[in-house]
Design a binder for this molecule. Sequence first.
Ligand SMILES: [Zn+2]
Length: 159
Amino acid sequence: MDPVNGGPARTAPSKTRMFARGATRACPVCGQRKLFRGLAILPDCPRCGLHFERIEGHWIGSVGLNTIVTFGLLAITVVGGLVATFPDFPVGRLTALAVAVSVIVPIAFHPSSRTLWTAIDIAMRPLEAHEVDWKKLEDSQPNAPEHQTEPERQTEDQQ
Ligand SMILES: [Zn+2]
């Protein structure tokens, strides 16, 4: 039983599903898309009501994630470019490519970094019952086996 709302326990989807949703700019909890106005994420999920900025400073994690991805791709670009063109490095073109990666990747990955970080945060710091409007969510998908029962979730976490 769910101690807060009564009825069956309501929990987040599996971590795999949350990460897949987060990586594709969807709400980790319900899979809702169209969460962005331009590059800015909506404050709350229009479908499940999740407030994305779960605590003050929540978005620091997404900035860190974006930084890691950007520097990773930059390193691959620079090292890959040097290896591929050895020994006659086209310095101007490699520099232009590195600059392009440094500018485009953080902007392009920004939305995914928001939703993916939120998924990671929920995996580390599980949802509290009040964070999601479970009734609204269930009403919007009456037949989908979206939410696992508590025993299934525990089994998965042990793997
Ligand atoms: Zn949602």
